[in-house]
Write a protein that binds this ligand. Structure first.
Ligand SMILES: C[S@@+](CC[C@H](N)C(=O)[O-])C[C@H]1O[C@@H](n2cnc3c(N)ncnc32)[C@H](O)[C@@H]1O
Length: 386
């Protein structure tokens, strides 16, 4: 998102509204940039009209200057380098202006106008993210459905997709946009190749990743280093066992005592063996042992997640000896046992793994013979700390 947008400071060292807003608007949509003061006063002027056709004429003028900036006699589009500027998504603005034009009464037209005015003048966010609810229509990048069919992995920048068993960057990306604010801290207890920390750097969140395998840590560090640190955040990756690592000391060494988002993407038991280490969850003796180990990680991390904040669990089910093992739901129970509130279960498509792609036919044959279905999904489960 917002590729190519440079963070810029004005000469008082304060970020201008222009660039704050641009960060929420992908350029591909096309944006209109206004001189905020002039735009607001023009909207106020429209709102003072007591005649619906006079009001609509002023809206038509606004539409005109958007399509042909040269006709901007009131200099609403003139950007004052030291002033406040606002950028709005063109398609949404046009549809809002059309809505005003289609209003049957002056009262209705003013209602739509006030809504537009509020979205320009004010910012309304919740405690857990930076989404401006007064301009929610501009965030169609954010998924709110529980079924995710993502057809392509984001392989841009440092996201190389080389680590066997990593998750697609869109998962931490979506979760951070909805459940964190800029400057918040994210803890990933199974950080692997560092996907979460790369996204942290992109979105301006601080991140701590814990990973058992020192070789994986070294590779992840190199990858994370490649990502430009636009927001000057801290991303720290630590070698350790997430069940037993001294979380308090780890956080204190970074000057914090809590995190605002917890992400866990554990091994799906023994589907992929990540190492030979018996502390590795992929080497758990059986499902019961796996769940015990997973529970220990939850217990170790939970005290350090801020109350009212979110815990994201990414997990899939598995087959064993002809039987579907609902590992995802077993893990969900482990979390719920610890007093979390279940907020959502997202079902996400599973991209074809390299191995399976080549053996597609064979798997289909096996499925037909064995009476089972081929895994095409995994879960992104969301819990809130009470
Ligand atoms: C499914 S992968 C996570 C991949 C990660 N989301 C990514 O995008 O690269 C699980 C990771 O957990 C690590 N792991 C297993 N047991 C662990 C433990 N006890 N403590 C910390 N990490 C562990 C494995 O080495 C593996 O890298």
């Amino acid at each position: 998102m917002s590729k190519g947008v440079k963070s810029m400071e004005n000469n008082k060292g304060k970020q201008t509204t222009l660039f704050k807003n641009l960060e929420s608007i992908p350029f591909t949509y096309g944006t209109v940039i206004f001189n905020k003061e002039k735009f607001v006063s023009y909207l106020e002027k429209i709102n003072s009209q007591n005649n619906v056709s006079a009001l609509k004429n002023k809206i038509i003028y606004l539409k005109e200057i958007i399509s042909s900036p040269r006709s901007d006699r009131e200099a609403i589009l003139n950007i004052d380098p030291n002033g406040d500027t606002i950028s709005l998504r063109r398609d949404i603005l046009i549809s809002e202006l059309n809505q005003i034009l289609e209003a049957k009464t002056l009262e209705r037209a003013k209602y739509y106008l006030r809504r537009l005015e509020n979205g320009v003048k004010k910012v309304k966010t919740s405690k857990i993210n930076d989404i401006n609810l007064l301009r929610w229509k501009e965030y169609d990048e954010i998924i709110t459905d529980s079924l995710w069919i993502l057809d392509k992995r984001d392989t841009s920048g440092a996201h190389l997709a080389l680590y066997w068993g990593n998750f697609i960057p869109q998962i931490p990306h979506q979760m951070m946009l909805r459940y964190t604010k800029k400057g918040d801290w994210v803890l990933d207890t199974f950080v692997g190749s560092g996907t979460t920390l790369i996204e942290c750097k992109r979105l301006g969140r601080n991140g701590i990743g814990i990973e058992l395998n020192p070789e994986v840590v070294q590779k992840a560090k190199r990858l994370i280093e490649r990502e430009y640190n636009k927001y000057k955040v801290t991303t720290e990756i630590i070698t350790g066992d997430s069940r037993t690592i001294d979380m308090k000391k780890t956080l204190e060494s970074l000057g914090i005592n809590q995190v605002q988002l917890l992400i866990m993407h554990p091994p799906y038991h023994d589907i992929i063996k990540f190492s030979k280490d018996n502390k590795d969850l992929s080497n758990a003796r059986d499902t019961k042992d796996f769940l015990k180990m997973f529970g220990e990680v939850i217990d170790n991390a939970t005290p350090f997640l801020e109350k009212g904040r979110y815990f994201v669990l990414v997990i899939g089910d598995k087959y064993s000896k002809g039987e579907w093992i609902p590992l995802g739901f077993y893990c969900m129970q482990e979390v719920l046992k610890r007093g979390y509130l279940l907020k959502s279960i997202i079902v996400k498509n599973f991209e074809e793994t390299r191995g399976k792609r080549n053996q597609k036919e064979l798997w289909r044959y096996r499925a037909l013979v064995g009476g089972f279905y081929i895994f095409k999904h995994e879960y992104v489960m969301l819990f809130k700390k009470k």
